[in-house]
Design a protein around this ligand. Structure first.
Ligand code: M6R
Length: 615
């Protein structure tokens, strides 16, 4: 939920850490801080606000020199976002500095013990407690920093990715991880620490991703030493070559990452099916499914666990799996599933969907599923992420980095991947005719061009946005495959424009939400030709007769809805099961333009963070 960056080497740490924090701001952005050591003093600068505020403050206070540095961008858990609670935190002696992403759950009892021993605390954070615990152990036990960190972490309960340095030993940073991501960039005579590889990708392609319950001693002139936190045993450090490039993590001329990512969808969808969709051979190739085919085919049911937008992709998958494969599917909010004592058996297949692969609730849900003997299949975007590693098998969406907090390409690529899985299973189970299977493959291959076509409606959507940008409420309606799209459209609008919006199954409107409809209420209705068209048209009439405003998402050439709606946005025709890949696009653009027109921070909406690594 926070972003951490560290540098150890011969260069000035300041510009590297600041730039790294800017790239990690998607992880949290309510306060930020940096600590640098220049051979004499550990200089600390922290502020409420964004990295740009930190930059202004650090430069005005001349805190810009030193070749060892740690930086942090925060999404508050313990203590309100202010200068004092911002990280880094120093120990009481001022010798140790720490940055932390996660939560120390038993910090209260540790704090009391430390207070008895004379420690004082300036912030409300759990992190300040942790750094003082490490200091206390270091002094009491007369051990090196690495050992003190290891002992301390065996006393804490919670989640963390931490980096700590001791100013009396400025050639070393100690890092550790449990539940929050941590990457170590290995350069020529220099090291980088970060929540993901984006802060160091222009310096090195070599990275070590720590596993949970591992720590590492990063020391100049030495190889990185990885150890297990529990028993202090040494583990081989696996240095992997990254596939990431700088273009993928920059805006490339777009005003916002969200807009860039919306426009990347044709490409991202292709990347998802590349190598898997083999239209000429008439097959779908997916090793993760092929190797575990029996598990899927013998499953009593599939349980999908996810949060937010990924949960909406799960709902689309429910429709397509039940439709094509005829396996019962349940879609669960991971946060509910993990706590409600669900019935899980070894005949269940659990699919976890997560862009980041780090969402705490989804991770906990799959751990629970595994404990109960279920087979867990991960659908993640971030390669090597915790959920990907925790799953028995899985497949990546290959959407490329998604930096905008509002998920866009993650959603469409998840649907693409889940559709491929459904098709593959339907074929293996003999549930789909050869002709229908081939139609699906051809249509899937045509989707990127069709998405490209929908994107051409951008100016038209922008105009519609200008008409409705000041309304207080929006309603989104859809049926069948487009019901989850209605939910997703409403979520997008809420999270980035702060307009209240609700998504509903169109037919449910008359059971309540219809009471909200008056001449002020814009209703976005997804009314494509395939998918209960006539029924949705009746719903539109019901809205019309109560003077609601209609924005219809319709199939190209549609006349009927056009004659009733205030505005329509056309999408090309496709197979019903694939319509969400097209109907979602105008809804993403609508929320984007409305948010921009309302001067909202589109990429970093208030109170949110890209990956929710706390409960
Ligand atoms: O990384 P995940 O897919 O697990 O994230 C789940 C949700 O936090 C995420 O989809 C969230 O709802 C997005 N901000 C929606 O745009």
């Amino acid at each position: 939920m926070c972003g951490i960056v560290g540098y150890l080497g011969q260069r000035e740490a300041y510009p590297i850490v600041i730039k790294g924090l800017e790239r990690l701001e998607y992880r949290g952005y309510d306060s930020a801080g940096i600590v640098l050591y220049d051979g004499e003093k550990a200089k600390l600068c922290k502020t409420k606000g964004k990295v740009t505020d930190l930059k202004g403050k650090a430069e005005s206070e001349n805190i810009t020199t030193g070749s060892i540095g740690l930086g942090h961008t925060r999404w508050a858990t313990h203590g309100e976002p202010n200068d004092v609670n911002a990280h880094p935190h120093l120990s009481n002696s001022g010798n140790l500095a720490i940055i932390h992403n996660g939560i120390i759950e038993n910090y209260g009892s540790i704090k009391k013990e430390l207070e008895k021993r004379g420690y004082t605390f300036h912030s409300d954070t759990d992190t300040e407690v942790l750094v003082n615990l490490i200091e206390d152990i270091k002094e009491k036990e007369q051990v090196k920093l690495g050992k003190a960190v290891q002992i301390a972490l065996n006393q804490v309960v919670g989640a963390y990715a931490i980096a700590v340095f001791d100013k009396s030993k400025p050639d070393e940073i100690v890092v550790a991880k449990l539940g929050s991501p941590l990457a170590i960039g290995v350069g020529e005579g220099e090291f980088f620490i970060a929540s993901d590889a984006s802060p160091f990708i222009e310096y090195t392609n070599n990275a070590i991703y720590l596993e949970d319950e591992q720590m590492a001693i990063v020391r100049l002139g030495r190889d990185v030493k990885v150890r297990q936190i529990k028993d202090d045993k040494s583990v081989a450090a696996y240095v992997q070559e990254l596939q990431l490039n700088l273009d993928q993590i920059e805006k490339n001329g777009y005003d916002h990452f969200m807009l860039k990512e919306i426009h990347e969808q044709p490409h991202a969808i292709k990347d998802t099916y590349r190598g898997r969709l083999r239209t000429n051979e008439g097959i779908i190739k997916m090793a993760g499914i092929e190797d575990n085919l029996e598990k899927f085919l013998n499953a009593n049911r599939i349980i999908i666990v996810a949060c937010g937008t990924s949960w909406h992709a799960g709902l689309v998958a429910e429709y397509i799996f039940e439709d094509l494969v005829r396996i019962p599917v349940e879609v669960e909010y991971a946060s509910e599933f993990r706590y409600r004592n669900p019935v899980i058996t070894s005949k269940d297949v659990v699919i976890a969907i997560s862009q980041s692969g780090e969402t705490a609730d989804t991770l906990a849900a799959i751990k629970l599923a595994k404990q109960n003997g279920a087979f867990v299949f991960g659908v993640c975007n971030v390669v090597g992420s915790s959920i990907a590693r925790e799953s028995h098998a899985g497949a990546y969406t290959h959407a490329g980095p998604e930096i905008g907090v509002a998920s866009t390409k993650a959603f469409t690529t998840q649907i693409t991947l889940l559709s491929l899985i459904a098709l593959k299973l339907a074929q293996s189970k003999g549930m789909i005719s050869k002709t229908e299977f081939h139609q699906y493959l051809a249509e899937m291959e045509a989707i990127p061009d069709k998405v490209e076509k929908v994107l051409l409606s951008d100016d038209h959507v922008k105009y519609i946005s200008s008409v409705y940008k000041d309304v207080p409420n929006f309603l989104y309606l859809g049926r069948g495959y487009n019901f989850p799209v209605a939910l997703e459209g409403a979520l997008k609008l809420k999270e980035i424009s702060y307009i209240h919006a609700e998504g509903y199954p169109a037919a449910e409107m008359k059971h309540g939400p219809i009471a909200l409809i008056d001449e002020q209420m814009p209703v976005v209705v997804i009314a494509t030709k395939k998918g209960h068209y006539e029924k949705v048209v009746s719903n539109i009439q019901e809205i019309k007769s109560r003077k609601g405003k209609i924005i219809g998402i319709v199939t190209e050439g549609d006349k009927e809805v056009k004659s009733m709606a205030d505005y329509v946005i056309e999408v090309p025709e496709t197979i019903e099961g694939l319509t969400p890949l097209l109907t979602t696009i105008p809804l993403q653009l609508l929320s984007y333009h409305i948010a921009v027109m309302r001067n909202c921070n589109v990429d970093q909406p208030r109170n949110l963070a890209k990956s929710v690594t706390v409960e």
